[in-house]
Design a binder for this molecule. Sequence first.
Ligand SMILES: O=P(O)(O)O[C@H]1O[C@H](CO)[C@@H](O)[C@H]1O
Ligand SMILES: Nc1nc2[nH]cnc2c(=O)[nH]1
Length: 282
Amino acid sequence: MCEGPSFEHVQSIGELLLGKTKHRPTIGIICGSGLGGLADMVEDANVVLYSEIPSFPISTVPGHMGKLVFGTMKGKQVVLMRGRLHYYEGYPMWKTTIPVRVLKACGISTLILTNAAGGLNSDYSVGDIMIIKDHIDLPGISGECVLRGGNDERFGPRFLATVDTYDKELATLTKSIAGKLGLSDIMREGTYIMIGGPTFETVAESRLLRNFGADAVGMSTVPEAIVARHMGMKVFGLSLITDMCSLQYDVASATTHEQVLAAGRKRAKDLQELVSNLVQNM
Ligand SMILES: O=P(O)(O)O[C@H]1O[C@H](CO)[C@@H](O)[C@H]1O
Ligand SMILES: Nc1nc2[nH]cnc2c(=O)[nH]1
């Protein structure tokens, strides 16, 4: 009846992972495409490969290494997912979020999501960092919500309220940290829309997504945020704008994954400073 992993199975993977590290993190971080350098901020690291974890999906996308990194970041115990799973890789939606359920079983109470995204808001530029204020679950509202299928109440409720998905206090704290780091000029706050991918948008699709009210578009994050909230975790998200979606045919230029990764590398240091200072001050 239930499509997803059993509660007992998730708990057992959590216990297995805690047996592989001395750390007891309460903060989890998912690294977006090209943003794996966040893991370089981790000290005293214990690394577990996804391939060593029973029934863990494997990352297949360049820029996603497939490692869990336990350790400390500016004195706080953390675990990073250096490699996320995407629906377009062929996994059912629920399977892309097994790691989030496992992180909760490891004791994580706050999840920081990062991603690379295309800018839809014409006030944005490549290199901007957008605090995710809200999201549009395009697969979800058309029937592919990550919570579809049987629900085990030990994970969370059948019907989840999503008006308060993204934590406002962490957003305020991030803005103040960005100010101290001299990053205010590149900070934005907006709505992320998830598409299934792996195709980047046509011009007509970008116009549609912008008309829906989205400021940035990507192929991840939303299922993770929903599952984390389903289990009562605090959620905070940052999108790095790695390219601008074409809204006009005459200036249409094709986005490539290499361009996305390169934009991630360019902004890597700022993002690392921002996230690590946030973690320190949480
Ligand atoms: O969302 P993350 O994992 O950062 O990756 C983004 O970058 C990839 C496209 O270049 C897509 O997977 C998109 O979702
Ligand atoms: N859908 C989508 N995902 C992205 N990830 C990074 N850039 C983009 C983009 O332009 N579109």
